[in-house]
Ligand binder design. Structure first.
Ligand SMILES: C[S@@+](CC[C@H](N)C(=O)[O-])C[C@H]1O[C@@H](n2cnc3c(N)ncnc32)[C@H](O)[C@@H]1O
Length: 704
């Protein structure tokens, strides 16, 4: 049967049609007949907005209302003569259609170059800006781009190096909120589910190559619309790995649905690869007990509401940073300045950043007892009203007595290190019901506090993402976390919070496209704008939401330059205006023009990829030009180096900094490369780059 089919195919005269038919037959033959069966669909096309429109390139309409493909025949005076080669659904033209085909003319500005599957594309990264508050920590890298191609580019920088991937993909609810091959998929689309599966499968296969096969975790959130199909897909793609599903209450009051149960939860699949597991259980780490702020925070705990015994000065010695004395309660009418001064000490009161007087969580005598037992800690203050922050371990003595807590050590400040006994009570279960996971309060409202009224649909609760990540990377203080459906950037924010809690150096790579919503697209189009116009692009997710949200979280300033209002309220408490000591690099995925194949022209686009491969730490070796504008023979940062001129290898090796982890050697000769690599220490990642950079960086050539 198959021989017969091959024979028939060989008799098709039109070479393009023959190739297309063969590709379709190959796909049908590769189809599964058991398990999750779905159409693999034509792979998505790539739009290359920066490529010049010239004769012979393939183009589509820049306005995304028509996705037919055309070949450019010639370009004259800003007008292109084009001939249709594919219909919007990707089908080639029939011979009758070809016979009747009339060439069209369009403005060059109305077209965009596209690449079909199988046509090589050359990725690059363009730097857009950075926030540098984290000294020598690795930077979070926030990438604007189509995630499929970013995942392909990351194969060069991160294959096998990622500790955790967290993704929150489009849930395929039927709303026009995601695109397959540049077209919205909505509930009228009969291929809705198979398109979603094809879209996810391609990305998951690439994601799998990034994950460390010895020890890493993939987390995917989802709701009831695709949960079953996703579960099967994960089992297929990650065969042999352990997969668990957790239910997370994200809307405690419930979202009502006509004639259905009201929904309060969604799901997170955890795929454990290699030795990976939940921290605090199988890896033998006990979870540390949770410290709370001593200052009460809820409205009923304002000083004006009563409880005078809980309003007093705590005197912290400015030399030692420890509590020296606990003052007497102040009467309801007494001002804070009526508390006696104490030399060398700061009197700390329970006052919020906005000046509201609150009460402490304990009375003076109880506090004194808890201090004596080592269950109180003092840390630097967060705002002028409270120069020190005081936290305590609520119910510690009782929990230690009952065996729930175990004291395992003492810090330099005399406070005890307390863990939950055997990690047993800390063991996260498969049902998470935490008020802090409420996506309304700690997602939507929190994002509003950071960037004002810019609308983003359904950001996750910051603390839900934090808990999810904590459960798998708490003990990996330098973990690399990837989120390729970045949305508002919650993952980068959550990683910054984890670092702050334990002094970690984790960093995230967050990817998101710059799509506008379907309604916005309609409104922008009615104003005469098209994708690619600055007015359109400024409202895309990356520009309008992701970048400003992450910037606001890290700097503590809103896009209007105001301090962010409000406090984090979770395992710790501090004003959001404080920001984080982290670095962030914002970059954009670009598609380099193959005509710029000369090393000199291409290098700028590739430079950030090399920096990323070397750990995203310290400066980027950008152009490496000397004062007369010529490329230097070699260059080093503390972290990595590039040898452009292989003849200068000796001095390159001599200048190797002790802290370096990666060396790139530009040469076409395998023998030269091997010789230089053998002169470099074995712990170094030595990477060969071809003189024609595009030989190294080529994507879009082969996937299912
Ligand atoms: C459900 S949201 C993620 C929300 C995120 N977890 C948060 O807390 O803000 C999914 C995001 O993925 C982005 N996205 C969808 N398809 C994409 C693609 N092919 N490439 C890059 N980003 C994509 C969308 O722009 C959307 O913002």
């Amino acid at each position: 049967m198959s021989d017969e089919l091959d024979g028939l195919l060989a008799r098709v005269n039109d070479p393009a049609l023959r190739a297309d038919l063969r590709a379709h037959v190959r796909r049908i033959r590769a189809k599964r007949t058991f398990g999750l069966v779905f159409e693999s669909h034509l792979p998505e096309r790539i739009r290359l907005p920066e490529h010049p429109i010239r004769a012979s390139v393939k183009v589509a309409s820049r306005d995304d209302t028509d996705s037919s493909a055309f070949q450019v025949l010639r370009v004259d005076d800003g007008r292109a003569t084009i001939r249709k080669v594919r219909h919007p659904d990707g089908a080639t033209l029939s011979s009758e259609e070809l016979a009747e085909l009339v060439d069209e003319e369009r403005d060059v500005d109305a077209l965009v170059v596209i690449a079909d599957f199988g046509e090589p594309v050359y990725p690059g990264l363009r730097r857009l800006g950075s926030e540098d508050r984290g000294a020598d920590k690795p930077a979070h890298v926030v990438i604007k781009g189509e995630n499929h191609h970013v995942l392909e580019a990351l194969q060069f920088t991160h294959a096998g190096k990622v500790d955790c991937i967290y993704i929150d993909p489009p849930y395929n609810t039927g709303a026009r909120d995601w695109k397959y091959d540049n077209d919205y998929v909505d509930e009228t689309d009969g291929y809705r589910h198979s398109k979603w599966l094809a879209f996810m499968e391609r990305r998951l296969l690439l994601a799998k190559q990034l994950l460390n096969s010895d020890n890493s975790v993939l987390i995917v959130t989802i709701d009831e619309k695709e949960v079953h199909r996703l579960g099967l897909l994960l089992e297929q793609v990650f065969g042999g790995c352990r997969v668990q599903m957790v239910s997370i209450t994200i809307s405690p009051r419930g979202t009502s649905r006509t004639n259905e149960f009201s929904r309060i939860d969604e799901y997170a699949f955890f795929v454990f690869i290699g030795r990976a597991g939940v921290v605090g259980t199988s890896d033998g780490h006990d979870a540390e007990a949770r410290w709370q702020y001593l200052r009460r925070d809820e409205r009923t705990s304002e000083r004006a509401a009563g409880r005078p015994n809980q309003f007093f000065a705590i005197y912290v010695n400015d030399q030692t940073g420890q509590i020296e004395h606990i003052g007497e309660p102040l009467g309801p009418a007494a001002g804070r300045d009526s508390a006696p001064a104490r030399p060398g000490c700061t009197a700390v009161f329970p006052v919020k950043a906005d000046g509201t007087e609150m009460v402490w969580g304990l009375t003076g005598p109880t506090l004194a007892d808890v201090v004596a037992k080592g269950f109180v800690r003092v840390s630097p203050g967060r705002h002028p009203y409270q120069r020190y922050t005081i936290s305590y371990l609520r119910g510690a003595a009782k929990n230690v007595a009952k065996g729930r807590y175990k004291v395992v050590g003492e810090r330099n400040d005399g406070s005890k290190v307390v863990v939950l006994e055997g990690g047993k009570t800390a063991r996260p279960t498969t049902v998470w019901r935490e008020t802090a996971h409420d996506a309304g309060t700690y997602g939507t409202s929190l994002v509003r506090a950071l960037i004002g009224d810019r609308h983003f649909p359904f950001p996750k609760s910051l603390y839900a993402v934090e808990d999810t990540l904590r459960s798998v990377i708490a003990s990996k203080s330098d973990a690399v976390v990837v989120d390729f459906f970045g949305g508002s950037g919650t993952t980068a924010h959550a990683v910054a919070r984890l670092n702050r809690q334990d002094g970690g150096r984790r960093h995230s790579i967050v990817v998101t496209n710059n799509e506008v919503s379907a309604e916005e697209a309609t409104s922008l189009r009615s104003q005469g704008l098209r994708p690619g116009d600055p007015g359109w692009e400024a409202l895309g997710i990356f520009e309008h939401i992701t970048r400003p949200r992450i910037t606001a979280a890290i700097t503590g300033e809103t896009p209007d330059g105001e301090p962010v209002k409000g406090e984090y309220k979770f395992t710790d408490e501090f004003p959001m205006a404080e920001g984080f000591e982290e670095n962030v690099e914002f970059v954009e995925l670009t598609y380099l023009d193959p005509d710029d194949i000369e090393l000199d022209l291409a290098f700028a686009g590739i430079a950030p990829l090399l920096w990323l491969r070397a750990g995203a730490t310290g400066p980027v070796l950008d152009e490496c030009l000397d004062s007369s504008g010529r490329r230097k023979p070699y260059a080093w940062t503390e972290r990595y180096g590039i040898l452009f001129n292989a003849d200068r290898w000796r001095v390159f090796v001599e200048k190797l900094p002790e802290t370096a982890t990666t060396a790139f050697v530009v040469t076409d000769s395998q023998a030269t490369f091997a010789g230089i690599a053998s002169e470099l220490p074995s712990h170094l990642d030595v990477v060969r780059l071809y003189e024609n950079y595009f030989t190294t960086f080529r994507i879009n050539e082969g996937y299912a």
